[in-house]
Design a protein around this ligand. Structure first.
Ligand code: PGA
Length: 248
């Protein structure tokens, strides 16, 4: 058991409307008894309402993406500053769906994370390998290159959380072996130590994400360098999400 306070962050992706605020309220009511940090990264359209409704004990509302500029002629985009204005406290940067579908590079993710931190918000920087890269034995190389280039120089343990999410594990029900998760998290922590120093590395949270469910959460959370989870599908139902929080 490590001493870093764990974080369970839900990523609702493009799911949820104002009618889903009830699910958030259920989580809010139940989560005040827990000694874990909890975040729900919901669609931008409900951030404000969700934020007004929760009690702010240990649940925060977050967003899933932002533009790296503060304002300007970027039709349809929103900035970190705007999301903060709506009530977001944390914003995901570089989720693999953004990297793959919207071709976001490490450089763009770095700029996004920088603008999130400069807006006095926390960021969750996501990294992870494809199945093909895994099969070629490239996992460590890929995730280290991603982290080195996506993590801004201003990142520290208070403003940045790292999430290791193997792309092939997202939404598939498949997860790496526990040993594989352990090895990758150890490698990431020692890279953070090289870049930021050992003190920051010991305090920075590294989450695991990709098919985390109530039935595998315990084994994953038992791994020493795992400091919580980024949860997609299982965060949409308050019962499943609360089960995972309970286990943590
Ligand atoms: P999943 O998604 O839990 O549904 O696999 C995780 C994520 O995309 O962050």
């Amino acid at each position: 058991m490590n001493l870093r306070k764990h974080l369970i962050a839900g990523n609702w992706k493009m799911n949820g409307t104002l009618g889903s605020i009830n699910e958030i309220l259920k989580i809010d009511k139940l989560c005040s008894d827990y000694e874990v940090d909890i975040a729900l990264c919901v669609p931008n359209t409900i951030i404000s309402k969700a934020n007004e409704t929760i009690s702010h004990n240990n649940l925060i509302i977050g967003a899933q993406n932002c533009h790296y500029k503060e304002s300007g002629a970027y039709t349809g985009d929103v900035s970190a500053k705007m999301l903060k204005d709506a009530g977001a406290k944390i914003i995901i940067a570089g989720h693999s769906e953004r990297r793959q579908i919207y071709k976001e590079t490490n450089e763009i993710v770095n700029k996004k994370a920088t603008s999130i931190i400069n807006s006095d918000l926390q960021t969750i920087i996501c990294i992870g390998e494809t199945e093909e890269e895994k099969n070629m034995g490239l996992t460590k190389k890929i995730v280290c290159t991603q982290l080195e280039n996506s993590m801004p120089s201003i990142s520290d343990e208070n403003n940045t959380v790292v999430a290791y999410e193997p792309i092939w594990a997202i939404g598939t029900g498949k997860i790496p072996s526990l040993k594989e998760i352990e090895v990758v998290h150890k490698v990431l922590r020692s890279l953070i130590s090289e870049i930021k120093g050992i003190e920051t590395a010991n305090k920075m949270k590294i989450l695991y994400g990709g098919s985390v469910k109530p039935n595998n959460a315990k084994d994953i959370f038992d791994i020493d360098d795992v400091d919580g989870a980024l949860v997609g599908g299982a965060s949409l139902k308050s019962e499943d999400f609360m089960d995972i929080i309970n286990i943590c």
